[in-house]
Every structure is written in C-alpha cells, then in structure tokens.
Write a protein of this length. Sequence first.
Length: 321
Amino acid sequence: MMNRIPAMFIGHGSPMNAIEKNSFTLEWEKIAEKIAKPKAILSVSAHWVTKGTKVNDEQKPKTIHDMYGFPEELYRIIYNAPGASELAHEMIQHVSREVKVDNGWGIDHGTWSVLCRMYPQADIPVFQLSIDRNAPAEEHYTIGKEISYLRDKGVMIFGSGNIVHNLSKVNFEMQGGYPWAEKFDEYIKSKIVKKQYEDVIHYQSAGELYKQAFYTTEHFYPLLYVLGGGILTEDFITKHMRIILFVFFLIIFFIANRYNCMQKLKEIDHLQQQARDLRYEAISTSSELTTNSRESQVEELVKEQGLNMEGAKEPPYELYK
C-alpha cells in the first residue's frame, strides 16, 4: 500500500498567478517538489457552485476561462490534463448524498491557475467536484470524510478557494491586509493546527470577524473538504470522551464476564465428569455385591441340605457325536 497523499487547501488568489511569478507561485512549485506525485487530483474549486453535488467524468475535461478583464495571455492557457472517469464513478458510490455527473463545466481557473504552476506538464488526471450552494457546512465536511479514502489510492484532495474573500473591501494600493482579515485568517489557522475542526465548520464562532471575511461561502467551503479526512481528531475525542469511556468499560465488562462464564463452564464439565465416574463406580460395586450375595445364598442352601459339593476343577465340556 502506498503512502497516503496529502490533502491540500490553497488560496488561489488572483488568476494572474498563472502567468506571474511571486512568493505564492514559488511556494506552490516548492510544495509539488516536496510531496509524492499524486496519481490523480480531485479538485474542489470555489468557482464551480451548483444546485446539488456534481462531478465531471470527461476523458479530456475542457479548460474554463471563467474570469473577465484580464490580459489575453491568460486566456491562451489550456491545461490539457486527462480526466479520471473511473475514479469519478467510484467516488460517487462512496458519497452518501446524491452526486450527479455533469460535464457542462470543466477545469476552472480555481484549479488550473494553481496546477499549471505545481504540475505544468499537465500529466496528472484531474476531475472536479462541485460545491452545493444549498448544503450546510457540516454536509461539505461530511463529503470530505467520505472521499478521504482516495488519498490512500494516491489521489490528492485539492481544495481551492480563500479563507478571506471579500472583494468589496479590496484596495490594490494598500500594503498588506486589513487587521480584521489577518485576525480571521489566524483564527482559522490556529483551529486547524489544534485540530479543533468543529470551530472551523462553525466559523461563526469567530464572532464579528467572519462577517467581514466573506459574504458568501463558496471560497471558504473547499477547506472543509480538505479537513474532512480528519475523523479521529483530538477535538473529536475530547467532545466524545464520555461515549468513548463508556464503550471502553463495556468492552472490559464483556471480556471479564465472558472469562467468568468460561470458568463456570469448566467447573460444570468437571463436576459432570465426577458424577459419571461415581455412577460407574456405584454400578461396579452393586454388581460385585449382587454376585457375592448369590454365592452366599448357594453356600447356605448346600449346608441346609447336607450336600457335598465341590467347585469344578476343570471347565465343563460339551461332546458332539
């Protein structure tokens, strides 16, 4: 069995990252060099939002240029990665909610603007899973858990979005980010590091910060698919400690009770064997006493009749003519 491929969430930022070199794109390239090359990539992009959950299964998914007002050079990028039809249909069977095949979309810039820097050869099969606009945060996290098995098969779960995504507040002349944006980003990061995923799912626990971080959730939700693989987290254990301890002591009680039952059964078997031995001994003694009693009666009868009888010295013979 191969080592588990990492799940990855990347803030894809501006589509210009596909053609510009900066600290972000250089880091993406370094990440690709550090980790094992995946056999396939399942992307959950903030830019494919649908009613219900959809997946594409094309052998050659098309490159979607779903952005406007950018240089022509960006629109000439075609990310010709092959699709992963078999994996897409296999994945559908592992998800508890309905997942429909939909090839009306393709590989959008949330996916290819990052992958073209990480894997420019486009030789890794890519398929994309949509975000159901009507599903609650818990549902997206659950889907993430259900598809996490793919990582054991060499498939990267790739979430592309942003922790903070409020275009109404963008100021291109501003150096750095807004304090509220940095605080929310740090809040989410600290919860992930501490494996307190429930607080990430219920991001409202950040208070007023989340209201400024985003108005719509499509850029935040891909993160939940990536976190979904963390089923037995410290946070989970802490929140369910009573149930875990109850199950543990129930198992101990069962084992102890089973051992006591086995000991009692052994004692019963031993007593039954003793009873059988005593019964055999009683039958043998009774038979011996019966024989002795008969011999005694014959001897008394002989004495009363005054007969002279001797025991046979040789066995009797029967002669045939």
